[in-house]
Design a protein around this ligand. Structure first.
Ligand SMILES: [Zn+2]
Length: 428
């Protein structure tokens, strides 16, 4: 057994319902077989376990492993394409890079860069938009299995309006998806997610094929995009036509909403869509740097909360500008500040919740990870800035624990992540 001693901060209960940050400057966690078995003040835990190894995490803050609910495998090498709205950015930046994953050797390198990027940013669980090529997705799963990260992913399927080399048929999409799910769904910490790119690039027949995979593979997840950009929404409504109420209805009519469904963005929802998201338990992955970078808009968080929609955070690399959920938390805060009068005033507790526990709940991992309570796996991040750095100075001068966590979100980067554990095993 090992005792981890340091400044520990987490959010076991929802700050949106008034729960406070849980933080203690000199706390200790006793970990056995990767699971937290005792938690308390350092004095108490150390006195109870005098013979155990102690890992002293002096300086910095220990937080739960972060949970990214929307991030694209093939885009790790294409971050930073600024100055384009969604559909232009897809054509000129994202899709040319995605096409390169047809080459298995290239895809192998991308999977390595991608998983390294997650771990170095302190992300221990993620719902990953895979590639359009089953070889690349197979490679991701194989490397994710070896890495120890908790990864849910799947083959991205489309049959129109992208580029010919990224299109497939509903029959082939079904067959390849079921085969990948057979190999990897439920294997170790891996799960399969049915992943049509978005309604714009999928015909009704393709959504039928997706529905069939969801029916045929027990416990499979579903993910896609929703209501990101006005031109995208207009095109989806034209393509699907009068038989569909709105963008969300494209997924709903094909049986694709529910508590294991996660849709990214929803920057421009209708009231009907919000009600339907809440009624089905579908999770919205809020991706704030992506929304800002592509000029998609400011996320109406207040309307989602009022409607009772489940929310989590996503980096959306590479429309998002990096893997760090500390940065996404800060950008979520900025966006709400800019929504004068209708934004949600986010505190440090909200940001930590969105980056950790909300994501764990959104991905159905709430019993295992997301906070550092007794009984949870020791998935944790030690943010320990370099001596003399501005973050180190600011942590030393924080007025209280919530202030220290706010400073962590204001200044923290992947360069400040000193160690990451999944179920007690160090990743860095
Ligand atoms: Zn995305």
């Amino acid at each position: 057994m090992t005792v981890y001693r340091g400044f520990v901060a987490d959010t076991p209960d929802d700050p949106f319902t008034g729960a406070p940050l849980r933080a203690e400057t000199d706390a200790a966690l006793l970990v056995r077989d990767g699971v937290i078995v005792e938690r308390g003040s350092a004095a108490t835990v150390l006195a109870d376990n005098a013979d155990e190894d102690v890992v002293d995490l002096e300086g910095g803050v220990l937080i739960p492993g972060m949970v990214d609910t929307h991030v694209h495998l093939p885009q790790v090498r294409a971050i930073g394409g600024l100055g384009m709205p969604l559909l232009d950015w897809l054509e000129h930046r994202a899709l040319p890079e995605e096409a390169r994953l047809a080459d298995d050797a290239y895809a192998k390198g991308v999977a390595t860069d991608f998983l390294d990027g997650l771990a170095r940013a302190g992300t221990t669980s993620a719902l990953v938009f895979g590639a359009h090529f089953s070889g690349a997705v197979d490679e991701l799963f194989a490397q994710a299995d070896a890495s120890g990260l908790r990864i849910t992913s799947g083959l991205v399927v489309s049959d129109r309006m992208l580029r010919d080399d990224l299109h497939t048929t509903p029959e082939r999409a079904y067959a390849e998806s079921v085969e990948l799910a057979r190999r990897w769904h439920g294997h170790g910490r891996l799960r399969y997610a049915v992943t049509p790119r978005f309604a714009l690039s999928t015909t009704r027949e393709m959504l039928d094929a997706c529905e069939q995979v969801v029916r045929d593979v027990d416990g499979v997840w579903f993910t896609s995009h929703l209501n990101e950009n006005p031109r995208e929404i207009e095109t989806v409504n034209e393509l699907f036509g009068p038989g569909y109420d709105d963008y969300l209805d494209c997924y709903d009519q094909h049986g694709l909403l529910g508590e294991r469904s996660v849709l990214a963005h929803d920057v421009h929802p209708t009231d009907r869509e919000l009600q339907r998201l809440a009624a089905t338990g579908t999770v919205i992955s809020h991706c704030p740097t992506s929304n800002a970078s592509l000029g998609s808009g400011l996320f109406p968080m207040r309307r989602h909360l009022d409607a009772g929609v489940r929310l989590a955070l996503g980096s959306d690399v590479c429309a998002g500008t990096g893997f760090s959920l500390l940065k996404e938390g800060l950008q979520a805060y900025f966006a709400q500040q800019l929504l004068a009068g209708v934004g949600v005033p986010l505190t440090a507790a909200h940001l930590l919740w969105l980056a950790t526990r909300a994501g764990a709940l959104g991905l159905g991992l709430g019993d295992e990870v997301g906070d550092l309570s007794v009984g949870k796996a020791f998935d944790a991040v030690w943010v320990r800035p370099a001596e003399g750095s501005t973050l180190a100075v600011n942590l030393q001068h924080a007025v209280d624990e919530p202030d220290a966590v706010a400073r962590l979100f204001a200044l923290g980067t992947p360069g400040d992540v000193a160690q990451v554990w999944v179920a007690g095993s160090p990743l860095l």
